[in-house]
Design a protein around this ligand. Structure first.
Ligand code: CUA
Length: 351
């Protein structure tokens, strides 16, 4: 067995071939890590374009993988040529070099980019096709910084909610998008492409979810202070479950189940919450803020930024500006804790 100084001496006199072998192994490992990285990080989840749950997202992911594969092939060829050019000791043949420069620098890129552009543009008409007549229609308005969502029931009744859309799986849905003041962009990465919401006009987007689940949507256009806090959830369910949900959403709020929530309902009206918010079934018909009729049944609070529970309601009511900078709703931090708890119980109970 070698003592430590002898082993160190031996390490210092490694044969150049071993050193090259060692470097090659390290390069291979780095390449493996580079190729495996997308598999290990970020490809899955409720907000990933690479984990599609909709027809549009599937096409976009397909295009992405083709572009990645083409890019990888071209990159490999370019690097191989660069290594070859560096290693060749003799002068390069001028004619071959000229062919390579014109061919590789102009002809091949023109053909490849034209092919990619044609393939990409070829997908657009299908992605922008309107949903067939009779499809479900959802109107979404981008507010600062939340989403006003409106459905119409088969009976013609308007149903408004906020920061959540529900879709039946396997059916094309026609979205109508607008905004009263600034430009937003409506995007559910897992389900399809994005579409701007422009003041003064209504844009359209057709989405078709291909599997059930809860997916996260975002605002994809900078729109002010809380742009990054303007998210929502898209819940995809079976068509029967969707019909039942829409019917339930059309119902007025159910009365409070316990005395604390009942006190909260009275406080809701006394403190003026009803001036901005609607709760169908009680005397609150404000239209400035989100409709809260069934707010307790939603996935999140504050447009996708908090869980939906009594503690989050209490925090939202008392620390509104801290939770969402620039928000139009004033904080009600002056209310006694007991009143805040009662209000939170009332809102959480609006299922
Ligand atoms: Cu709305 Cu960014």
């Amino acid at each position: 067995m070698l003592d430590r100084p002898a082993a160190t001496r031996l390490q210092r006199h490694v044969h150049p071939f071993d050193r090259a072998e060692h470097a090659r192994k390290r390069c291979t490992r780095a390449l493996q890590l580079f190729l495996a990285a997308p598999l290990l990080t970020g490809c899955e989840g409720p907000q990933s374009t690479l984990d599609p749950a909709g027809i549009g997202a599937e096409r976009i992911a397909e295009l992405f993988w083709w572009l990645t594969a083409c890019g990888a092939v071209i990159w490999t060829i370019v690097v191989a040529l660069a290594i070859y050019a560096i290693r060749v000791r003799r002068p390069h043949d001028r004619r071959r070099a000229a062919i390579l420069i014109i061919g590789g620098g102009a002809v091949v890129p023109t053909i490849v980019l034209a092919a990619i552009l044609t393939a990409g543009l070829g997908m657009m008409p299908r992605l922008l096709e309107p949903a067939p007549d009779g499809s479900l229609e959802i109107h979404v308005t981008g507010e600062q910084w939340w989403w006003r969502v409106r459905y119409v029931t088969p009976e013609g009744e308007q149903v408004e909610l906020a920061n959540e859309v529900r879709l039946p799986v396997g059916e094309p849905v026609q979205f109508y998008l607008d905004s009263p003041d600034v430009i937003h962009s409506f995007w559910i990465p897992s389900i399809g492409g994005k579409m701007d919401m422009v003041p003064g006009r209504t844009t359209r987007l057709t989405l078709e979810a291909s599997r059930t689940g809860t997916f996260r949507g975002v605002c994809a256009e900078y729109c002010g202070d809380s742009h990054a806090l303007m998210a929502f959830y898209a819940v995809v369910v079976e068509p029967n479950a969707f019909d039942a949900w829409l019917q339930q959403q059309a119902e007025p709020a159910v009365g409070p189940a316990d005395p604390t929530a009942a006190r909260g309902e009275a406080l809701f009206l006394e403190t003026g919450c009803g001036a901005c918010h609607t709760v169908r079934g009680i005397a609150a018909a404000g239209v400035v803020g989100p409709d809260l009729t069934h707010v307790g049944s939603r996935v999140s609070l504050g447009a996708g930024i908090m869980p939906n529970d009594a503690a989050a309601f209490a925090r939202w009511i008392t620390e509104t500006e801290t939770v969402k900078p620039g928000v139009h709703m004033p904080a009600f931090g002056m209310l006694p804790d007991e009143d805040v708890r009662a209000l939170a119980a009332h809102l959480d109970g609006l299922q």
